[in-house]
Design a protein around this ligand. Structure first.
Ligand code: FES
Length: 141
């Protein structure tokens, strides 16, 4: 094998291994977060209460909204809906299990949406929720 072929083969192998590692890490982080996909209707998002049979937290991905909503079932049976948009510079937040973090500049928020570490200074937007039959209604207005 000449030098050129060796370098070409080595680079192809590095790319394949690198792509595999990136895909594996992406999949592992996605696998831990339940995501419910839905749509906005009449400025509301409906989520079945049955989704909370196994977990008290769900990421809601409404196709008409740019940002996800974090929906948490509280101990008293009510639901808290937070827009997962960082209040510093509008980056999508990710769940940490007991709050949210922004990978852009490092802000963190607790599960109530309060800032626990800057540079963000404002709390997350909270939406009003109500339960009608077996649906949690998130009011976006
Ligand atoms: S955009 Fe989130 S910390 Fe800057």
């Amino acid at each position: 094998m000449d030098r050129r072929s060796f370098v070409k083969q080595s680079c192809a192998m590095c790319l394949a291994v690198g792509a595999g590692l990136v895909a594996a890490s992406s999949l592992s982080s996605c696998a831990t977060l339940p995501v419910y996909k839905t749509a906005v209707a009449n400025n509301k998002v409906s989520v079945p209460t049955a989704l909370f049979a196994q977990s008290d937290f769900q990421v809601i991905q409404a196709k008409d909204l740019f940002y996800n909503i974090g929906l948490r079932k509280e101990k008293d049976g009510t639901y808290t809906a937070l827009l997962l948009r960082c209040t510093h510079a509008d980056n999508q937040l990710i769940s940490t299990g007991n709050g949210f973090k922004c990978n852009l500049h490092g802000s963190t928020f607790d599960k109530e949406g309060q800032v626990t570490q800057g540079p963000a200074e404002r709390s997350l937007k909270k939406y009003r929720t109500e339960i009608i039959a077996d649906q949690i209604i998130i009011h976006l207005s």
